[in-house]
Design a protein around this ligand. Structure first.
Ligand code: DON
Length: 430
């Protein structure tokens, strides 16, 4: 069978093709001259399968889509405290290039607006890095997100730096406020070069998929940044990634996202996929018009909104059965699916409302795909309490989904791989 996903993506592109509203970015001459008809989309799953349609080979400058990735590098390299001291995480409600700072501290409001991004640029790499060393760290880091070596478009860089008066003003203010230690011109130069890195939609989809996959590039399998950093970056993308359009974006589309003035747009759906679109005409917020439309469509068609999560359902507890007979009988509670807090709560509730009656009891995880960290603690506590209630407790866990099953003080559990192993063990027990 041929997967319908490429057809779906092609059809989605067709549905927005006729819309020629918006304008290419006019403040960077090289971008103003871009072919406004370009259109492409790519989707990369969290395990690295890439689907793409349209002008997938067209390279364009990453622009502000570099911001969340450089923020991630800064957090990974300098730690949360140092970065938070210099850049807050509050939505500004302002355009991307607004000259605004937090009252009282002089910090930029968030790392997605230019003031914040110029600051986080200076925080990538070690504290004593020179501007060229930092530039290398950023190219290496963004290349690791993309899974291939990225290059700077020198024409785009020259074109932007020659008119970057507003960003220079921001950098001077940042230096005056004590937020950057660099010479302001070095900071703007480095930031502008970072924005001039060339990418395709496929690169961007893979970069977004690396965020969706907890910081590990799903194709190269290289861990790029820690999962805790990814949580921070995705949260900031969700609240600030679309600038003064972020509230509408989050309510309507519901995916952490970032746009760039060359016409790129990414969305990272945690645990599922990274998506990227490219279409150069922009709306008044500097976001790609057709890109925003495509994402609106994807969120409906693919059920991507983060606030729409299917309930775990009552079915985490699949059923109970008695295995063996007489003194060897074991009462087995079978669980299924992926178990997080609310699923584990169902298990605890079931064990409380309808107590197990046999002395020997087992919890079968044979049909359980994943147990989240909180659910793991809850299930181990159930094991401990069952032991304290006088039961002999077994876990049937052939795939080790409940890793390191230590139930703690007073708890005892025997782990087996199958019903047969359980029966054999019971027979062998005195
Ligand atoms: O700093 C600038 O103005 C550009 N290099 C990047 C701005 C940008 O991409 C805004 N996003 N939509």
């Amino acid at each position: 069978m041929r997967s319908p996903i490429p057809d779906y993506l092609a059809e989605a592109l067709e549905s927005v093709e006729a819309d020629n509203s918006g304008e290419t970015a006019d403040y960077i001459p090289e971008l103003a001259a871009a072919n406004p008809e370009r259109l492409a989309v790519a989707l990369c799953t969290e395990d690295g399968r890439l689907y793409s349609q349209g002008g997938v080979d067209v390279a364009f400058s990453i622009q502000s889509i570099s911001k969340p990735f450089v923020y991630a590098l800064a957090l990974a390299d300098r730690g949360f405290d140092e970065v938070m001291e210099k850049v807050s995480v509050e939505p500004s409600g302002d355009p991307f290039n607004e000259i605004s700072f937090e009252e009282g501290t002089g910090r930029p409001l968030n790392p997605m607006v230019n003031a914040g991004a110029i600051t986080t640029h200076t925080l990538a790499g070690p504290r004593d890095a020179t501007p060229p060393e930092r530039a290398s760290r950023i190219i290496d880091g963004l290349s690791a997100f993309a899974g291939r070596r990225l290059q700077i478009d020198e024409n785009v860089y020259e074109s932007e730096i020659s008119t970057a008066y507003r960003n220079r003003a921001l950098a001077n203010m940042l230096r005056a406020n004590g937020m950057i230690d660099d010479e302001p011109l070095d900071a703007v130069t480095g930031y502008t070069r970072q924005c001039a890195l060339l990418v395709t939609v496929e690169d961007l989809a893979l970069m977004a998929a690396t965020l969706a996959n907890g910081g590990v590039n799903p194709v190269t399998e290289v861990p790029v940044v820690p999962a805790r950093v990814v949580r921070q970056v995705l949260s900031v993308m969700a609240t600030c990634g679309m600038y003064d359009g972020s509230g509408h974006w989050m309510t309507e589309v519901g995916v952490p996202a970032k746009s760039g003035v060359a016409g790129g747009l990414i969305g990272a759906l945690p645990g599922q996929a990274g998506i990227a679109t490219f279409s150069p005409r922009l709306d008044s917020h500097g976001n790609s018009v057709r890109g925003v439309d495509l994402f609106r469509r994807f969120t409906t068609d693919m059920g991507m909104h983060l606030m729409e999560v299917p309930p775990p359902g009552p079915s985490v507890v699949r059923g109970r059965r008695l295995v063996g007979d007489g003194d060897n009988a074991v009462q087995v509670v079978s669980l299924q699916g992926g178990i997080r807090f609310s699923g584990a709560e169902r298990v605890l509730r079931e064990l409380e409302d309808d107590p197990l009656t046999q002395k020997s009891v087992a919890i079968s995880l044979m049909r359980v795909a994943t147990v989240g960290p909180v659910a793991r603690r809850m299930l181990l506590e159930a094991v401990r309490r069952l032991t304290l209630d006088g039961h002999d407790v077994y876990l049937i866990d052939p795939d080790g989904v409940l890793h390191d099953p230590d139930p703690g003080d007073g708890g005892r559990v025997t782990v087996v791989s199958s019903y047969d192993d359980l029966a054999d063990l019971r027979k062998a027990e005195p």
